[in-house]
Design a binder for this molecule. Structure first.
Ligand code: DGY
Length: 326
């Protein structure tokens, strides 16, 4: 009998058929609507494997009832939607999709920085709405990116590649991270500094830290107040790292100049969220890794991980590596 795999979001036919060759595949058929929690719990109870997305909450309640579950292939590098301890307790392998999305996510992060600094979304809307009457010296003037100071909070793989992009723009690079990143220091001239120093001196504060118990709520009003008044804040990691109300208040009070956000505390952010009413906020629907090539590569990685588990090989991108020693 083929292992039963439940896929929690509609995937392209190519991936679906590939999975079907080896597994008994069941899939939530919607592309934009999340699988209801009750149904996910019901499917998990008989699944040998789950292929999930970041909006699925995978916790003790789910794992304790999922008696056959061997592996979760989570289609993301981040796995803050998974209770890792609970998964390990039930000996369920959790796999993610790092590496294949690094460059793509760094591209989007830098594009968001450029779009926010150069007011690109506002300018594009201005043209489409027929508001452009003539060339004017200060019309939609933004702020320079080149030769400015970028402060990267979270110098992991994506942070390092963002730093590489920044070096190409002749930016001075400072960073704050749990540990020093010698390669970024030597190859890109990045300078390690304290969180406070980064906040106080960077022209662009770019958050790329993973969401953990240490980073949750890391940016409160106090942190925004420490930034330069003309600083631009970019978040491309997880929304819960910042307090959105504090960000809104800081923007309205003119304590920072603008924000570019690809992620939100609650996704999807509601259309009437106060942050979306501000012209100096560029908001995107969590599209960091969203290119056709990268999304396919992420799904391929999920397939490879399932393949490894069902063929008694260690998965390439296992998160709870402690399971290997069991
Ligand atoms: C990730 O991979 O963690 C992204 O945020 C989802 O694309």
């Amino acid at each position: 009998m083929k292992p039963y795999v439940y896929v929690t979001r509609k995937v392209p036919e190519e991936i679906y058929h590939k999975l079907q060759e080896q597994y008994d595949v069941d899939m939530w058929p919607e592309e934009e609507v999340q699988v209801p929690r009750e149904l996910l719990l019901e499917k998990a109870q008989k699944a040998d494997a789950l292929l999930t997305v970041i909006s699925d909450q995978l916790d003790e309640e789910l794992f304790s009832e999922a008696k056959n579950l061997k592996v979760v292939a989570n289609m993301a590098v981040g796995y803050d939607n998974v209770d890792l301890d609970a998964a390990s307790k039930h000996q369920i392998a959790i796999c993610n999709t790092p590496d294949v999305l690094t460059d793509t996510t760094a591209d989007l992060t830098f594009a968001l920085l450029l779009a926010t600094a150069r007011r690109m979304i506002e300018s594009a809307e201005f043209v489409k709405e027929g508001k452009w009457k003539s060339w004017s010296p200060m019309l939609l003037a933004g702020t320079d990116v080149h030769h400015k100071k970028i402060g990267i909070v979270g110098m992991g793989k994506i942070g390092t590649v963002v730093a590489k992009r920044a070096a190409g723009f002749d930016m001075e690079i400072i960073y704050h991270n749990r540990s020093r990143h010698e390669v970024a220091e030597e190859m890109l001239g990045a300078t390690y500094c304290s969180f406070d120093e980064l906040l106080e001196t960077a022209d662009f504060v770019v958050c790329l830290a993973p969401l953990t118990e240490h980073t949750r709520g890391m940016f409160q009003r106090e942190q925004f107040q420490k930034m330069k008044k003309d600083a631009i804040f970019i978040n491309a990691s997880r929304g819960a790292i910042i307090n959105e109300q504090a960000l809104y208040d800081a923007l309205v009070a003119g304590e920072i100049a603008a924000a570019g956000l690809d992620v939100f505390e609650k996704e999807p952010i509601s259309a009437d969220h106060p942050l979306l009413s501000l012209s100096n906020v560029v908001a995107l629907p969590h599209i960091g890794s969203a290119t056709k090539e990268t999304r396919m590569a992420m799904m391929e990685t999920c397939c490879e991980n399932l393949d490894a588990i069902f063929n008694d090989r260690p998965p390439k991108t296992l998160v709870n590596k402690n399971l290997l020693s069991l």
